[in-house]
Design a protein around this ligand. Structure first.
Ligand code: CA
Length: 232
């Protein structure tokens, strides 16, 4: 495997140093930035394989950096949050962050998350060349291999996580899954996840898939239990 490059955008030098030390030990190349503006410049010019992005930063905060990077790049972004309000904001906004981790975190957890996000993005790049495998559900056509979804022939813009959740449920029609099960199966977090992530992703999927997201026809809620996919 070729060496992967991580860009750390973190203003607290002691934290940045210890993360860098551990990533280098794991075989990563590491670049660092100590404010949002420099971080943004390095994100664009340095073509990292992943960006570890702190929320509270001088000059430009992590939310703004994330949004700006997303205008031109699909690089995986792992947001670092310190407070519950920041988590709510990461989950609630359409920032385009791939994942988040809350301070204080352990190095093993951080490295596992970095590796998982890089793997996922590489997997996505490979999928573009896969043979078609389209399944139809009412007005929806889901290409299970190429990660493409069409509704009435129109392509929908889903994020990777949104697609993975849709695919997982659609391949198991009518079977109900709890949020904990979905987090484990779709996100692959046995220990670190936050079940609100599942609710937020379902809400976004419905906004994109359904004619009326308050009266869903595809992704259904089983009250008190979880979610399932239904053929309309
Ligand atoms: Ca900070």
């Amino acid at each position: 495997m070729d060496q992967k490059k991580v860009l750390i955008i973190e203003d607290e030098k002691s934290i940045s140093d210890i993360i860098k030390f551990n990533l280098v030990k794991e075989g990563f190349a590491v670049e660092t930035a100590y404010d949002g503006q420099d971080g943004y410049m390095k994100a664009i010019s340095g073509s990292p394989d992943l960006i570890l992005l702190d929320v509270m930063l001088p000059i430009m905060d992590g939310f703004s950096v994330c949004k700006k990077v997303r205008e031109t790049s699909t690089v995986p972004i792992l947001m670092v949050t310190a407070k519950e309000e920041e988590v709510d904001k990461v989950l609630g906004l359409e920032l385009g962050a791939d994942d988040y981790i809350t301070k204080p975190f352990g190095m093993r957890e951080l490295i596992a998350r970095i590796k998982a996000n890089i793997r996922r993005s590489e997997f996505m790049t490979d999928q573009a060349d896969a043979p078609e495998n389209v399944k139809e559900f009412g007005n929806l056509a889901i290409d299970m291999n190429r990660y493409e979804v069409r509704k009435n022939g129109e392509a929908l813009e889903l994020t990777l996580r949104e697609f993975e959740l849709l695919k997982y449920l659609a391949e198991r029609e009518n079977k109900v899954f709890s949020r904990e099960q979905l987090l484990e199966e779709v996100w692959g977090y046995e220990y670190y996840g936050d079940i609100r992530t599942v609710d937020v992703t379902v809400r976004r999927l419905r906004e994109k898939l359904e004619d009326d997201s308050s009266d869903p026809k595809y992704i259904m809620t089983k009250r008190g239990i979880g979610y399932y996919f239904r053929r309309p």
